[in-house]
Design a protein around this ligand. Sequence first.
Ligand code: CTP
Length: 468
Amino acid sequence: MASLTVRQLDDQLKKLLRLRAARHGRSMEDEVRVILRRAAEESGRDALDRDELPVRPLGSRPHAAGADTRRVLLIIGGGIAAYKSLDLIRRLQDRGFHVRCVLTAAAQHFITPLAAGALAGGPAYTDLFDPRSEFDVGHIRLARDADVVVVAPATADLIAKMAGGHADDLATAVLLATDKPVLVAPAMNPHMWAAKATQRNLAQLEADGVRLVGPNSGEMAERGEAGVGRMAEAPEIAALVAALVQGSGSLAGKRVLVTSGPTTEPIDPVRFIANRSSGKQGHAIASAAAAAGADVVLVSGPVNLSDPPGVSVVHVETANEMLAAVEKALPADVAVFAAAVADWRPRQRNRSKIKKQQGRTPTLELVENPDILSTIAHRKSGRPRLVVGFAAETDDVIANAKAKLKNKACDWIVANDVSPATGIMGGDVNTVHIVTAKGVESWPPQSKDDVARALVERIAAASQEPER
Ligand code: CTP
């Protein structure tokens, strides 16, 4: 009997075999054995090998897309960040998505279709004119079968092709043919990102309704290079995909306004007064609301946090600027005021740096800042239906929160004890009490993300109640 080794197979067949073997978690030789045995069984002869290996998918979480499974078509572009897209496949699967991958030619210099296909639990598509994939699904079906199309990493070149409507490979043909929401996660060198052509192309994509996530700033793959251009992290992208697809999320169709962070009130060009606030809780609320499908505007004072994906962020510094931005962002269904607004500002803002003078200490005269929460909650018209304030207290937490609920005319107060011993200020854990006209609900200590999610659920439930 003639012998045949895998090495003797033609390249196309080898590629197919490799994919199939990866999908089943077998070696290529074992896969050949299984195929031959099945062929033998089908033709009525004895099995060639009774010791079939159990089917053990290599992608640990592959699942066939059922009628209610949401599908993501992940287009992987050619950049070093492509390795993060392998993690993205898993993150999306963890959220219950079925993932199909398309790799550009450039992407295949960084990761292989085998790796992407093995993780996705199905073949990764690469060629527009590959008869196998065209007869298998076809680029039009690839484009239409998805609930959302994600391009990660999106290189400057891929973005340019999208903006220009090119369709000379599978990725761009699919992008041109899709009628589904498209989310783009750019990744490139900071200079390429800042280039006028790239910014022009991005503006075009945004005008075309394409959503962007990132890029973030940080170190680049090239040694010594840093700046804006790092692809958004996989969990960030997955959260935004979930928000995009969740057209039916608990806050879908609602507009939510959130304030976060401190305000800074300048004394002169180099000095300011401010409150302590990391912005973590406010930003987490904005993220959770976006993940629940809301259209979210976040008005943030200066913080060391990146903008939450899927949220429109307005950056401000002073209380007056925050009030103006909040008023501009209205109308909203819900407003959550989590910012630690400075209560006072210096009456005078010196244009030049105040110089030290021997033996003389300057006296700062302060004037009161507008109370943003109170201003909005007292509005006769255009008041959000649900206005939620925060109360940062160090003593008599509940009593002070109740007084604020009344004086500021808001619907709920989220009260927390911010005494230094609690570690809440700047920390990741929060212990809050929800104070409403109906009473006080004390929540157990939990992460600020969990507080945000629970608060958003409560807001969503309240939004379902009929208006009185
Ligand atoms: N707030 C606001 N504008 C201000 C001050 C506070 O919008 N100028 C909002 C905060 O965002 C928060 C709530 O009011 O939702 C309570 O803020 P907090 O700092 O706890 O209370 P204050 O009103 O500043 O009162 P005090 O400092 O006396 O506790």
